[in-house]
Design a protein around this ligand. Structure first.
Ligand SMILES: Cc1ncc(COP(=O)(O)O)c(C=O)c1O
Length: 429
């Protein structure tokens, strides 16, 4: 069997692990092409949530077996997250309500870093979760906010970034991949250039990249990185990586009685055990996937197993992206426009997330037509990536976003509806 067949078979098998693919909460089956807004939950996450809700002691502690169990459970989840992103220790991993909440916590914790005369860089390719915390907190402390613009092909303008960076830049906030367009940034190279030219802390929003690609925080060279459990097949929980070498620069907002050391000092109130159990269930699934890929390789450490799982996902999703772009080309409709990378030879630089527009239809109408024509869920709006939408001088765009539980057949169904909408819909053709 050829390699692509093996990968295709693997992901066809794993579709069974996502119960939402087989049923419907609204009385009829539908096709979910909105994973960019939140992925479907894997069965092991659902089971772990159930079991934690019925058995786990709420409070961690060090005396009774039940509280010790919760303490060990927290460590276990932190360890798995650390292995998933290549962090070197548990103190680098903290849990928050969401990524937005993690980044606001981070912004408040960097109060001593932001001063008049200094500046922070944000980008037009970012979700507002990685813009507003800096535009509000850092700016209120007197730091100047500089916005890095886009190239005509909607990739980040690297030269503009390097131009705006100087000796007074204290922080650069940048996304790992755009949730509006699917564009992946060459972060390792970019951060190495940033670090050569400045002493800025680099904060990466990896929410959109995390379900699509391996992430290695040491390789990327960032100082902070955030992502969310509900985009990686688990429930809502925000995860913040903070490189231990920069932890001395943060002063998180905390209640006096909370432990004043990492990772605890980040965490406000009791941890959401049920969500953490779900996160662990989702990571267990990715780990199992990695074990299938590495087969019986005794040299495969947990970080390597995760990496191999995510590499397999990435490769499979690239084949989905290629197929999507191919079908789009064949459709050859002057009414349809794709924003972002549309060149098949650059498919490695994108996730299977596609921003589209059909002339004559506003995004909400188009979203409605997809539901009516094919029971397909796509997104409309700015997806909180409002800067790129504003850059295009638009109010909103449609977004079709796939994950590894989708298949070429999902794409066929999408194009079947798209063709009907473009060519046959009596209102708009
Ligand atoms: C790229 C990106 N960053 C940040 C966020 C915000 O994440 P959360 O909902 O966990 O705050 C999202 C959510 O869609 C996102 O796509």
């Amino acid at each position: 069997m050829s390699e692509p067949d093996t990968i295709l078979n693997l992901f066809t098998r794993t579709r069974r692990r996502f119960p939402a693919l087989n049923g419907s909460s609204v009385g009829e089956k539908y096709l979910y092409l909105n994973s960019g807004a939140g992925s479907l939950m894997v069965d092991s996450a659902l089971q772990a949530i159930n079991s934690a809700a019925s058995s786990l002691n709420p409070m961690p502690g060090e005396v009774t077996p039940v509280e010790k169990q919760t303490f060990q459970f927290h460590n276990q989840v932190r360890k798995m997250v650390a292995e998933f992103i290549g962090a070197s220790s548990l103190e680098e991993i903290s849990f928050h309500f969401s990524t937005t909440n993690a980044l606001f916590n981070l912004a408040f914790s960097l109060g001593s870093v932001f001063k008049p005369g200094q500046n922070c860089l944000v980008t037009d390719l970012d979700h507002f979760a990685n813009i507003s915390p800096w535009e509000t907190v850092a700016a209120s402390l007197g730091a100047e906010i500089r916005t890095v613009r886009l190239n005509p092909d909607l990739t980040l303008n690297r030269l503009d970034l390097l131009d705006k960076l100087d000796a007074n830049t204290v922080m650069v906030a940048v996304t790992a991949a755009s949730n509006a367009l699917g564009t992946i940034l060459p972060l390792t190279d970019l951060i190495s250039e940033i670090k050569e030219k400045s002493r800025a802390l680099v904060v990466v929003d990896a929410v959109h990249l995390a379900p699509h690609s391996p992430i290695d925080v040491r390789e990327i060279g960032c100082d902070f990185l955030a992502f969310s459990g509900y985009k990686i097949f688990g429930p809502m929980v925000g995860i913040l990586f903070s490189r231990k070498e920069v932890l001395s620069q943060v002063t998180p907002y905390r209640v006096e009685t909370n432990r004043n050391s990492p990772p605890y000092f980040w965490e406000q109130g009791m941890l959401p055990n049920i969500n953490l159990a779900g996160l662990k269930g989702a990571l267990d699934y990715l780990f199992e996937l990695g074990q299938i890929v590495v087969k019986k390789d005794p040299s495969a450490t947990p970080p390597k197993v995760f990496r191999r799982a995510m590499e397999a996902i990435k490769k499979y999703e690239q084949s989905l992206s290629l197929y999507f772009l191919e079908r789009l080309k064949k459709l050859n409709s002057s009414r349809l426009r794709l924003y972002g990378i549309n060149n098949s030879s650059k498919v490695v630089s994108r996730t299977p997330t596609f921003a589209i527009e059909i002339s004559g239809l506003n995004p909400t109408e188009l979203k409605k037509l997809f539901w009516e024509t094919g029971r397909i869920v796509i997104a409309d709006g700015n997806h909180y990536s409002a800067a790129v939408v504003r850059h295009l001088k638009k109010q909103a765009l449609n977004r079709v976003s796939l994950a590894h539980y989708d298949s070429p057949e999902s794409i066929d169904l999408f194009f079947e509806s798209l063709e009907k909408i473009i060519f046959f819909n009596r209102h708009y053709s």
